[in-house]
Design a protein around this ligand. Structure first.
Ligand code: G1P
Length: 208
C-alpha cells in the first residue's frame, strides 16, 4: 500500500527522519529503502543500529509511539485522495469489472485507517495489515494470508511492491512480482514499472 497505491511512504520517511534527529543523527533516502515494507518495531531496531544506539524495549516503545504520532499528524493534516498514485484507480476498476480478486498486504498497522481515508477500501476483497501478521517481510506471511483470504493459489497471484523486502517476500511466497519503482533497486522483481499508468490488464496478462 504505502508507496505502491498511495504516496504515504513520504510521510513515514518524514516521521522517521524527524525521530532520528531527536536522537542526534539523521537518515537519508538511501537508508530509507531499508525501512520500506517493514514493521514499525523492526524499523526502530534498524534505525538504532544505524545510529549506533542501544535502547531498552520500553524506550523503543516510546520512540515508536512518537513516530506514529507524527505520522498520523501528517496523515490528518496533509493526506487527501490526491495522494492515490496516478493510474491506480483506473487499474483497480478494471480488475473489479473483470472479476479479479484483490488484496492489500501491508506491514503497516495504519493500513485500515488510510484505505478508509483515501476512499479505496471498496476496491479490495481483503486487507492484511500489520496487526494481523507476526513475521515481517521478507517473510511471505502477509501475502500468503492475503492469498488465503481471497481464495487464490499463491502461484496465481501477482504482487505489486515498492520495497526490497516486499519483493523478496512475494518471491519467497512463490508469487509473480511487479516492482513499482527502479529496477536497479528492486533487482529481484520479475518486472518493474514506474507507475500504474504503465499498467493495464492486457499488459499484466502478457507479463504474468
Ligand atoms: C510501518 C512502518 C513504516 C513502513 C510501513 C510499510 O508502518 O512504520 O516505516 O514503511 O509499515 O507499509 P506503521 O505500522 O508504523 O504504520
Amino acid at each position: 500500500m504505502d508507496g505502491v497505491l498511495v504516496s504515504t511512504e513520504i510521510y513515514h520517511f518524514k516521521a522517521w527522519k524527524r525521530l532520528t534527529e531527536t536522537l542526534g543523527f539523521s537518515i537519508d533516502e538511501k537508508f530509507n529503502e531499508n525501512l520500506k515494507g517493514v514493521s514499525r518495531s523492526v524499523c526502530i531496531d534498524l534505525i538504532l543500529k544505524h545510529g549506533g544506539l542501544e535502547k531498552t524495549q520500553e524506550e523503543k516503545d516510546v520512540l515508536a509511539a512518537q513516530k506514529n504520532e507524527w505520522f498520523l499528524e501528517y496523515v490528518n493534516t496533509e493526506i487527501t485522495p490526491s495522494n492515490v498514485y496516478p493510474g491506480v484507480i483506473n487499474f483497480l476498476e478494471t480488475l473489479k469489472q473483470k472479476g479479479y480478486k484483490t488484496a492489500i498486504g501491508s506491514a503497516s498497522k495504519n493500513a485500515p485507517l488510510l484505505v478508509e481515508k483515501l476512499g479505496i477500501k471498496k476496491y479490495f476483497d481483503a486487507i492484511v495489515d500489520g496487526n494481523m501478521i507476526t513475521k515481517a517481510k521478507p517473510n511471505p506471511e502477509v501475502f500468503l494470508k492475503g492469498a488465503e483470504l481471497i481464495g487464490v493459489n499463491p502461484q496465481n497471484c501477482v504482487v505489486f511492491e515498492d520495497a526490497i523486502s516486499g519483493v523478496e517476500a512475494a518471491k519467497n511466497g512463490g508469487m509473480f512480482c511487479i516492482g513499482v519503482g527502479s529496477a536497479e533497486i528492486l533487482k529481484k522483481a520479475d518486472f518493474c514499472i514506474n507507475s500504474f499508468t504503465q499498467m493495464s490488464l492486457e499488459r499484466l496478462n502478457e507479463l504474468a
